[in-house]
Design a protein around this ligand. Structure first.
Ligand code: TNX
Length: 674
């Protein structure tokens, strides 16, 4: 049957396939047609002009690695008749900015866009469709991929689709930054916010101030464990910085992937490393030491000394030569004012400016830097604290302490990038805190990231345009290696991508989850250290039955699951092959532990769920029948503790409520009667 329909495309016989063809972020419009296009080594790529040829080269790189084939690249006039063609066509006025259309039919694929970015995103969709269509090659049969026939019309919801990386707390090598950019490009993120200076390390070479890197990039040691925990230090000096050549290389690497790199030089706070290198920049004159633990430090750039501004302007001048981005991020967050309030020169400056608070001095600081950058044709982005004491006239605000700062800035008709901590801080934990590897804290599962809408509901339509988009922040206090950073962003960055790209009315978490396994398999094959999600079916349960059958499904195909009861699972525990029957004692919780091992050998943390049988108490005559735990009016994410719950019988007198884990944050839902 397949053979009969292959090769013909026809809307009326569309087979029931995944509606978005496996593509993340989901395209704005996909019309699935019947039939397939057979991509094989005889397929020809049609491309002329810089952007199209660039896409052709990238497609050949991809096909070479995935299938060992390289396609011929030709221009329109030299395409042989009847050839099957993948065409990259840059044509004016064919799509919104960064948008594209992709048509696959039985004799080829055509990707059309206005701009190079759109062609590139069409290519990303094509490569993901190809991944999704992959079937292991059969020996002796020439390699071919059956690409579904379809019409895609696609364009991003927001112009700013960002991912940040803090290279101050930990230094990430150039090769990893490129990996990061590759991941961003695959998921159509277009802005890399590169956080380059911190209290714990200055990471960018500035020729005029060599001590910034020879002194400021090195700390004597690093706190181990969680800040505020045991306060142990590793006793090892730690450092690293990017040379200007490396920076140019990265900016170019990003450009080829249609990613803008926005550098951040933190000021006036988070500047201890710079002060250590050049103590005259601080109010007390030092001596200072590059920070060895995390937090907010009182020593910051001193606004009264003209030498501070001369220094910063010189640094920014070199920075602008390296980064062509329209925006320069100047930080502005978490700046204690205590030194300013006690420094006679700063007090005098405040008086001369007519300031009544030190916040206004911060505003003066940012305003002066903004003017300098504006005079050089650039605009600033700052964290939402730059609103305090008065916002610099042309500043774009990055709202991180919730959405309030962003909303306030929109009301002033300033542009805003949403990065609220509760939804988009990828330094927070992704699962039950006790199980996750060391992180900054909090609970930010994939579903919560996905639920975020960058446009606050309170904004009227006329003001929505000020929201440029959303960005996730990756603060690296607890990410000492590339592997750890990958674990923290994967798969959450896929949810970010969909927030930023997919039209709101098309977003659908269930559909996203259906596309996720194939993406996880891709990450696995590529050797990424992603977080393997919890096995499906492993969730805390309270029941009246004395036995419960636990059926587990791995979150990506081919993953092995090993389980044990009441103690942590390891790869030596029992291999899961069929549903596990648990016999439950009354009122005694049993815990099922599972670890997962992906086909490429990635191992998950130990996941567990609690199962308990509760004896049913007869409801008192006349008592209101309970349909579960009565939590009406509570926030839906709460801390629950099995021990503390009053358990109510369900409406049929049999079923109880299903609750989430002992002491973990989670959703509470009534059980479906069985
Ligand atoms: C706050 S977000 C900070 C960072 C920390 C982060 C940890 C922001 C502008 N400042 O310096 O790394 O919290 O989540």
């Amino acid at each position: 049957m397949l053979a009969l329909i292959a090769g013909s495309c026809n809307a009326s016989v569309a087979p029931p396939v995944e509606p978005n063809l496996g593509i993340v972020p989901a395209p704005a419009n996909v019309e699935r047609l019947g039939g397939y296009f057979l991509l094989n080594k005889a397929t020809v790529i049609e491309a002329s002009g810089y952007d199209a040829i660039h896409c052709a080269t990238l497609l050949n790189d991809y096909l070479g690695k995935a299938y060992g084939i390289t396609l011929q690249v030709k221009n329109e006039s030299s395409i042989p008749p009847r050839a099957h063609v993948i065409r990259f066509d840059l044509r004016a006025n064919t799509s919104p900015p960064e948008g594209y259309s992709l048509q696959s039919s039985h004799n080829g694929v055509t990707i059309v866009s206005n701009d190079g970015a759109g062609l590139f995103y069409g290519l990303q969709s094509l490569m993901q469709m190809t991944d999704a269509a992959f079937k292991p090659p059969v020996q002796g049969v020439p390699i071919q991929v059956e690409l579904p026939c379809a019409n895609i019309q696609d364009a991003p919801r927001f112009p700013y689709r960002g991912l940040h990386l803090d290279c101050g707390r930990h230094f990430f090598p150039v090769a990893f930054i490129k990996t990061y950019l590759d991941l961003m490009a695959r998921y159509k993120l277009n802005t890399f916010h590169w956080h380059l200076t911190e209290d714990q390390g200055w990471r960018i070479e500035i020729k005029r101030y060599p001590l910034l890197t020879s002194v400021g990039s090195i700390r004597s040691q690093t706190v181990t464990g969680h800040e505020g925990g045991s306060n142990q230090y590793d006793g090892k000096s730690y450092g690293g910085f990017y040379t200007q050549d490396e920076i140019r290389d990265i900016v170019e690497y990003a450009r080829l992937r249609y990613i803008t790199v926005i550098p951040e030089i933190e000021m006036p706070g988070h500047s201890l490393a710079a002060l250590t290198a050049y103590p005259y920049l601080g109010c007390t004159g030092g001596p200072y030491a590059v920070a060895t633990h995390w937090g907010v430090f009182p020593d910051v750039f001193c606004p009264s000394g003209d030498s501070t501004f001369a220094f910063l302007e010189n640094v920014l001048t070199e920075l602008m030569q390296l980064f062509p981005s329209h925006y320069i991020h100047i930080g502005g967050d978490e700046c204690p004012k205590i030194r300013w309030e006690h420094d006679p020169r700063d007090i005098a400056l405040m008086k001369s400016l007519g300031d009544t608070s030190a916040d206004q001095l911060q505003s003066y600081f940012i305003g002066r830097i903004e003017k300098f950058l504006n005079d050089h044709g650039r605009d600033i982005i700052g964290w939402d604290e730059i609103l305090e004491g008065g916002l610099a006239p042309n500043a774009t605000v990055m709202s991180w302490r919730g959405e309030a700062g962003g909303i306030a800035a929109v009301k002033l008709h300033h542009k805003v990038i949403m990065t609220p901590g509760n939804w988009l801080y990828f330094d927070r934990g992704q699962g039950i805190p006790a199980n996750e590897p060391l992180n900054i804290g909090g609970y930010l599962p994939l579903s919560k990231v996905y639920s975020y809408d960058p446009v606050p509901a309170v904004l009227p339509d006329s003001e929505k345009q000020y929201i440029l988009g959303a960005q996730a922040n990756v603060w690296s206090e607890y990410m000492a290696s590339p592997e750890k950073a990958e674990y923290m962003i994967l798969p959450r960055m896929l949810a970010l991508a969909e927030i930023d790209w997919t039209p709101l009315e098309k977003k659908d978490y269930g559909d996203f989850l259906a596309r996720l396994p194939a993406q996880l398999s891709w990450m696995d094959q590529q050797g990424y250290f992603f977080r393997i999600p919890e096995p499906l079916g492993l969730s805390d349960s309270l029941t009246t039955q004395d036995r419960i059958l636990v059926k587990l499904t791995p979150p990506l195909p081919g993953t092995r699951m090993y389980y044990s009861l009441d103690s942590a699972a390891t790869v030596s525990s029992t291999l899961y092959t069929s549903p596990v029957l648990l016999t439950l004692q009354a009122n005694r919780p049993d815990t099922l532990h599972v670890v997962e091992v992906s086909p490429a050998g990635n191992t998950s943390v130990d996941y567990h769920a609690v199962f308990m049988r509760k004896e049913v108490l007869k409801p008192k005559p006349g008592a209101r029948p309970a349909t579960g735990l009565n939590l009406k009016g509570h926030r839906d994410t709460i801390r629950v503790s099995l021990k503390r719950h009053r358990v109510h019988p369900g409406p049929d007198g049999k079923e109880l409520a299903k609750v989430n884990s002992l002491g973990m944050a989670g959703k509470i839902r009534p059980l479906q009667p069985t």
